[in-house]
Each structure stands twice: as C-alpha cells, then as structure tokens.
Design a protein around this ligand. Structure first.
Ligand SMILES: [Zn+2]
Length: 82
C-alpha cells in the first residue's frame, strides 16, 4: 500500500510504499503520514489536497502522531501501532 506523507514545515507531499516514516526531500524534516492511500490521493480534487496539506501544516509537530484525520484506515491494516 502506498501512503502519502506531508511535510509539516514546507507542505511538500510525497508518496511512499510500505513505509511508516519518511524525511522531507526538500528540508529534511520528518514527514507526517497523512493516513491516506495513494489511490485515494490521486482521486482527490486539487482543493481537497490543499486542504489536507494545510491541516498538517497547522498541526503542532508534537501532536502529529495523534493527528489522524482518516481514522478508518486503521481498520484496514493490523499492528499499525506496533
Ligand atoms: Zn519539507
């Protein structure tokens, strides 16, 4: 499964397969896994993507782990929290 990661600092978005963590290619910061699959991401209209990116940019870094706007993805994969 491909995941979309968003950098909370510069807003850069990146797709990564089967990884939970990623660093931003632009500023080197740890990126937030935005809990949305690549398949869903490409279906999103441009303004929805912008809205998601804005959400992550506004989130406090310390709270990013708990900032999960698409909780339904949890049920699709086991051991997410391990
Ligand atoms: Zn960045």
């Amino acid at each position: 499964m491909m995941y979309v990661f968003i950098c909370p600092l510069c807003g850069c978005a990146r797709m990564i397969a089967s990884k939970r963590f990623a660093d931003c290619p632009v500023c080197g910061r740890a990126m937030a896994n935005c809990e949305i699959s690549y398949e869903d991401w490409v279906q999103l209209p441009e303004e929805e993507r912008e809205r998601l990116i804005a959400q992550y940019r506004e989130a406090e870094c310390g709270k990013l782990t708990y900032y999960r706007p698409n909780k339904h993805y949890d049920s699709r994969e086991n051991n997410y929290y391990m």
